[in-house]
Design a protein around this ligand. Structure first.
Ligand SMILES: [Zn+2]
Length: 419
């Protein structure tokens, strides 16, 4: 390894006077980077069962680590002798210079059962540190079920019915297993909507724990293979087919009519954007058409989602891929490509909103811009719409549906069975 030896490591990893108490952490009395008086015995333990690596932070100038029971840092090349220890409650700040001579990075393990804290946020399992673009990248490696527990509380409310939590635990576990990569990759999944939102210990709940425990090892199968267990917030009444969205037909992701998600605050929505902002966000692709006068959803697929949006102005028409249109305007402005209608008018009072699309969100929808031409967009659902509809699953569970019934509705032809 490549990080210097223990004494040098302490000096290199710990910025002087960096130790301080963070939320819930007992302050350390040792500020010089040396281990506490009697550190608990520690060794690198293999993590039980299947694990997954979750990207927490990328290329940060520095990170602050602590654990109630202390922690140890090991050479990423596999040495079992720690190259740095922090005593119980000691907080240490590390920067990229700590790994300046390392190619294999470093492994951080908590001493005892208390989770490691990264910038004050607690995470189970262990941390992998890598030098990255002059900073430090932090990856959390932990058993799949503990990861799923940290996903459930971020993806759905722990107060939702147990059947939804169980169904989600099964698809989150299946999804994670399907995303694992080989050692050439530094991590398997993002902790964001790019994969599944993961919040570590802060996202855990008693109901989530029950759901993970009751579905332990259960995954979604199609034939002899793991099913691709996609999900999104609300499908707006019809789930999307994988073929229409990604160009790959998947038998159990062909799209189903969903009568169960009408209780979602995202079932129907309306957004406004000024014509000027619209032009700005759509960028050079539409620059030559001048002021935008009309927006038309084109090439509707079987679920009713648009594949392209025609943008018309005095200078002609440009067709933009609906996915790109949504991303340019913002995925919370155009919540889905299941668009009911789009209007452009010189002032808000000339628009004709469909009362059926009044936004029932608890937060009042943004008011239309007062001056100048503006666009109104009405649509249904939130997210890409492929696979399980979270709000629909909740609707099914409230009507007595079980986790197995929910999954066979949204993934027809699949089965739930042990890994
Ligand atoms: Zn739905």
């Amino acid at each position: 390894m490549l990080i210097r030896g223990a004494a040098g490591m302490a000096a290199a990893l710990a910025l002087p006077h960096a130790a301080r108490a963070t939320g819930g952490i007992v302050p350390g009395d040792d500020d010089n980077g040396q281990p506490g008086a009697s550190p608990p015995p520690i060794s690198i333990r293999p993590l039980p069962g299947d694990t997954i690596r979750v990207l927490l932070l990328r290329a940060r100038p520095s990170i602050e680590l602590a654990a109630l029971g202390g922690f140890a840092v090991y050479d990423g090349a596999g040495s079992t002798t720690p190259i740095f220890r922090a005593g119980p409650g000691q907080s240490r700040t590390f920067d990229a210079s700590a790994l300046a001579r390392s190619s294999g990075g470093a492994i951080v393990e908590a001493s005892g059962d208390a989770p490691l804290r990264v910038g004050g946020r607690p995470y189970r399992g262990r941390l992998l540190l890598f030098p990255d673009e002059g900073g430090l990248t932090v990856v959390n490696q932990l058993p799949i079920d503990l990861y799923v527990l940290g996903v459930l509380g971020r993806e759905i409310s722990p107060k939702w019915p147990a059947a939804v939590l169980q169904a989600h635990a099964i698809i989150s576990r299946s999804y994670a297993l399907g995303r694992r990569k080989d050692a050439a990759h530094a991590f398997d999944v993002y902790a964001t909507t790019a994969d599944q939102v993961y919040g570590g210990v802060n996202a855990e709940s008693a109901s989530g724990n029950d759901a993970v425990y009751q579905t332990h090892n259960q995954v979604l199968w199609y034939g002899n293979g793991l099913a691709a267990a996609f999900f999104s917030s609300c499908c707006g009444g019809h789930t999307e087919s994988a073929g229409a969205l990604w160009g790959e037909e998947i038998p159990y992701l062909g799209g189903v009519a969903d009568p169960y998600c009408a209780g979602s605050p995202h079932y129907r929505w309306r957004s406004y954007v000024s014509e000027e902002s619209l032009r700005e966000r759509l960028g050079p692709a539409i620059a030559s058409i001048g002021e935008i006068s009309t927006l038309v959803p084109l090439d509707l697929d079987n679920s009713g989602r648009a594949k392209r949006i025609a943008v018309q102005g005095q200078g002609g028409q440009r067709d933009i891929e609906a996915k790109a249109f949504r991303n340019h305007l913002g995925t919370s402005v155009v919540r889905s490509t299941l668009i009911h209608r789009m209007q452009i008018a010189g002032s808000p009072d000339r628009l004709q909103p469909d009362p059926a699309f009044d936004d029932p969100s608890p937060a009042p929808p943004p008011a239309p811009p007062k001056n100048g031409p503006l666009a109104m967009i009405e649509g249904a659902g939130w997210g890409h719409g492929v696979g399980l509809c979270q709000w629909g699953a909740r609707g099914m569970a409230l009507r007595g549906g079980t986790a197995a019934q929910i999954l066979s509705f949204y993934f027809p032809g699949t089965t739930v069975a042990a890994l």
